[in-house]
Design a protein around this ligand. Structure first.
Ligand SMILES: [Zn+2]
Length: 462
């Protein structure tokens, strides 16, 4: 028979056991919290995102979307998935601000990556191998641009944990868009034209930049617009031994010589240091198509009646487009030499003006408070900022600039070789962590900015 004393003793024992177990549960919750903000968990989340194969032409978008939404849930961000084109999800996250009437901040990144030639990589491109000696993380997308997408989230994680911040004044949105690498039409372009976007009342956009081999970060205020040119020459066919004028090959070669001289002159401006890469018109031959095929190659004793060449041309916003088109019509593909031209088989001749007819440039002086805030915020995070640049290729930022919005291209990667679209693309883990600090500082500055900018006012008037 159990005596009262023994019963009390048993109860006491239960109580002690219960208290100690709940204490240990609380302790483990704390350590998990500490864990999620530790450098190793930050790196492991980055690697998890890199391991999702979102390479074109068959990106695994749904796995990426699921991953991003699980991240958003862990940060208590609102999330929604938009599909402007079926099978191409755009993940939109929202961190509501205390003053939702103020224009919002949009942090954009794309989820797709370019394909890779696996056998030319030292480590498989979707292993996200972390080299223990150097700290380099090898993966397709490590620079372009899964780093940025995850850095936005990690910066928000830090801000949410910081007692001095916790909640932004302005609403902060994060968009993870599909298909940037193939033109961005079902992604950023349709998004920027959507009603959802209108309602977001965006005031400024951050999008991708480029790595910098130097110790400063690169920042971009505009980009060159692509112009894909195909020129075609026709002429009388003839025996391979005969010399005659106006053959298709001869006419095409004259054009190629002229284009090559133009290219060299533009390139000289870059080589001499008088212009940055983004400030000149680049021309590169993408294909040459001519000849009469035979079972073993080409017929050699025949001069063909048709020949074609294709060029990727990139034009900076301040360039004289009209004179370039006159040059194409008069020098590069003149009808007097039996030549025709088309501007791109994809009609890839993007406008250089926004919807208000202004050149697609984001002001990078005192007239744009966001620019100053960005530079200041980077400095506060112990980063250095380079001279504002024009992005040499195209990014989704153009769709936002087209809407008349300021958009800044920035991927915080200093001391890093430019390896986007290259074999063995990598980002060093310390550089990645520093980038999170830069975004923490930028998001804090942008989201706390309590004034209406002149852009906000002109938007309100429209
Ligand atoms: Zn990119």
């Amino acid at each position: 028979m159990i005596t009262l004393a023994r019963l009390l003793l048993l109860l006491l024992l239960f109580l002690v056991l219960f208290l100690s177990s709940s204490a240990s549960k609380a302790a483990s919750a704390v350590s998990q919290d500490e864990d999620s903000s530790s450098a190793s968990s930050i790196i492991s989340r980055f690697r998890q995102y890199l391991q999702i194969n979102t390479a074109q032409p068959k990106p695994n978008y749904h796995e990426a979307a699921d991953f991003l939404i699980s991240q958003a849930n862990s940060l208590s961000l609102e999330s929604q998935v938009l599909e402007f084109v079926q099978g191409k999800p755009l993940v939109l996250l929202k961190w509501p601000g205390k003053k939702p009437a103020l224009p919002s901040i949009l942090l954009n990144s794309h989820t797709d990556v370019v394909p890779s030639e696996h056998h030319k990589w030292a480590h498989p491109p979707f292993d996200a191998h972390l080299d223990s000696a150097t700290g380099n993380i090898y993966a397709r997308g490590s620079q372009d641009m899964k780093c940025v997408g995850m850095q936005y989230l990690e910066a928000i994680r830090k801000l949410k944990a910081s007692p001095s911040f916790r909640q932004p004044l302005r609403t902060v949105y994060l968009s993870f868009v599909p298909d940037e690498e193939i033109g961005g039409h079902p992604g950023a372009e349709m998004f920027a034209h959507s009603e959802v976007f209108q309602k977001m009342n965006v005031g400024v956009v951050l999008d991708e930049g480029l790595a910098s081999p130097d110790d400063f970060y690169r920042v971009f205020y505009a980009e060159r617009s692509p112009m894909w040119l195909v020129i075609k020459a026709t002429g009388p066919p003839g025996h391979g031994a005969k010399l005659y004028d106006n053959s298709a090959m001869e006419n095409l070669l004259k054009s190629i010589e002229s284009i090559r001289r133009f290219r060299a002159a533009q390139f000289d401006l870059v080589k001499s240091g008088s212009r940055a890469e983004g400030e000149v018109i680049s021309v590169n031959m993408a294909f040459l198509k001519a000849g009469t095929p035979s079972p073993t190659g080409f017929v050699m004793n025949l001069q063909p009646s048709e020949a074609q060449a294709g060029f990727d041309i990139r034009v900076p916003p301040a360039a004289d487009h009209l004179s370039l088109e006159i040059r194409i019509a008069e020098e590069w593909a003149p009808s007097s030499r039996n030549m025709t031209f088309e501007l791109g088989q994809f009609k890839q001749k993007a406008s250089v003006y926004d919807k208000f007819g202004k050149p697609m440039l984001t002001a990078h002086d005192g007239s744009n408070p966001w620019w100053g805030l960005l530079e200041e915020a980077i400095k506060n995070a112990n980063g250095k900022v380079g001279k504002p640049e024009i992005f040499p290729a195209s990014t989704d930022a153009r769709y936002f600039r087209e809407q008349g919005l300021p958009a800044i291209g920035f991927s915080p990667m200093a001391n890093t070789p430019i390896l986007l679209h290259d074999h063995n693309e990598f980002l060093n883990k310390d550089e990645y962590l520093k980038g999170i600090d830069a975004y923490e500082s930028i998001i804090k500055a942008f989201a706390s900015f309590d004034e209406r900018t002149s852009d906000d006012e002109s938007k309100a008037e429209l």
